[in-house]
Design a protein around this ligand. Structure first.
Ligand SMILES: Nc1ncnc2c1ncn2[C@@H]1O[C@H](COP(=O)(O)OP(=O)(O)OP(=O)(O)O)[C@@H](O)[C@H]1O
Ligand SMILES: Cc1ncc(C[n+]2csc(CCOP(=O)(O)O)c2C)c(N)n1
Ligand SMILES: [Mg+2]
Ligand SMILES: [Mg+2]
Ligand SMILES: [Mg+2]
Length: 330
């Protein structure tokens, strides 16, 4: 057995969670049984060393956790139940030993197990310089219950599932000060939000099960950009109330410009942003309360006669049109 085969053997799960799995790791491809009455939901996102993480900003466990978490977040944004994942990893010849790689996989399997997801395949290759990790996540959603971005209508309430800007604020400290930033206890929630984001699966499921007309998106590129995606997909205009956007207390002590940078344009929040009819808002909020989950109303959809835009209403009541600025790879 060569090194590559030994490595694959070391990451092969001892047992699988999902009874619908027919063929897991070890053949040319995986096979699972498609359940009656359900649709399959598939997402893929890549993390690249130097772009999404460095050894200074993330531990090995955090890299593994986040690589899977960001994909579970895309499943959550469709209202799906996570089921399976596949991992393609490009490993540099130097700097990433067996122990490091094992820790990345243990970070992945911890969050995978939490959602009863099975690792059912992937690919292992070498690369010249930086580590690249690509995860494909597979989930299922009941037929007719999928939550897309294109469902917003004038009068709807705009909501988010949790605080925004935390990850970007944490990242700034990690980039400036490295891991010694951990000495300041006040920064822990921000560092944690960056390194170990929590995909909002339970919230996505409550929304799917509600049977209300809902549009939904997860926030990877920043609130401004992801709100604009809902506006574009639905052909509507959206207004957000600056005062109503949840964030963190330490971040809130900084200048308004800095707050905007982290909250509107920072990204990697992995909270869900969505819309629901005004008439269904109270019932939806109550459902979240009963399940010990927060839900924040942060704006509304306006009747704009086809004009697509996102506006931010400031404390004094004046309006700024937001640009679709977020992280841009190209
Ligand atoms: N290289 C590509 N080839 C084919 N489809 C792509 C490619 N890149 C993105 N897409 C598709 O474009 C759409 C938007 O992708 P995008 O990556 O922006 O969404 P996201 O995963 O929600 O955001 P993020 O990557 O910031 O988490 C998705 O349907 C995605 O599958
Ligand atoms: C070292 C380091 N520098 C910068 C960032 C910030 N960052 C990278 S990609 C991205 C948007 C989401 O990516 P994608 O669109 O690929 O999902 C953001 C906000 C980071 N995480 N680590
Ligand atoms: Mg993507
Ligand atoms: Mg997404
Ligand atoms: Mg994504």
């Amino acid at each position: 057995m060569n090194n590559e085969m030994k490595w694959i053997q070391s990451i092969t799960p001892q047992k699988y969670h999902q009874p619908s799995l027919k063929v897991g790791i070890g053949d040319d491809a995986a096979i699972y049984h498609t359940e009656e009455g359900m649709e399959t939901v598939v997402a893929v996102d890549t993390m690249v060393e130097g772009i999404h993480f460095t050894k200074k900003t993330m531990s090995m466990k955090a890299i593994g956790h986040k690589a899977l978490a960001v994909n579970i977040s895309d499943l959550a944004a469709m209202g799906a139940i996570p089921r399976y994942y596949l991992v393609s990893i490009a490993i540099p010849k130097e700097g990433w030993g067996k122990k490091e790689l094992a820790d990345i996989y243990s970070g992945m399997s911890e969050i995978g197990d939490l959602h009863r997801m099975d690792l059912i395949g992937g690919d292992t290759v070498s690369i010249k310089s930086t580590l690249v990790i690509t995860v494909t996540a597979i989930g299922i959603v009941e037929k007719g219950r999928r939550l897309v971005r294109a469902n917003a209508k004038p009068g709807d309430v705009v909501f988010v599932t949790g605080p925004l800007g935390l990850s970007a604020f944490g990242l700034e400290h990690l980039l400036n000060e490295g891991l010694c930033t951990m000495e300041d206890e006040k920064l822990w929630p921000y560092i944690k939000a960056h390194q170990f984001p929590v995909p909002q699966v339970k919230a996505g499921r409550l929304l799917a099960e509600s049977n209300f007309r809902i549009s939904l998106n997860d926030i990877s590129d920043g609130l401004a950009s992801e709100t604009m995606e809902i506006a574009e997909a639905s052909g509507v205009s959206i207004e957000l109330q600056w005062n109503a956007i949840p964030t963190g207390t330490t971040l809130k002590e900084k200048s308004r410009d800095e707050q905007e940078k982290w909250i509107l344009y920072g990204g990697e929040d992995f909270q869900l942003i969505g819309t629901v009819g005004k008439e269904n808002w109270d019932e939806l909020w109550k459902k979240f309360q009963e399940n010990q989950l927060p839900l924040y109303a942060i704006g509304q959809i306006n009747d704009s006669k086809g004009i697509v835009k996102v506006e931010l209403i400031n404390n004094a009541g004046n309006r700024d049109t937001l640009t679709k600025t977020g992280y841009d790879h190209l």
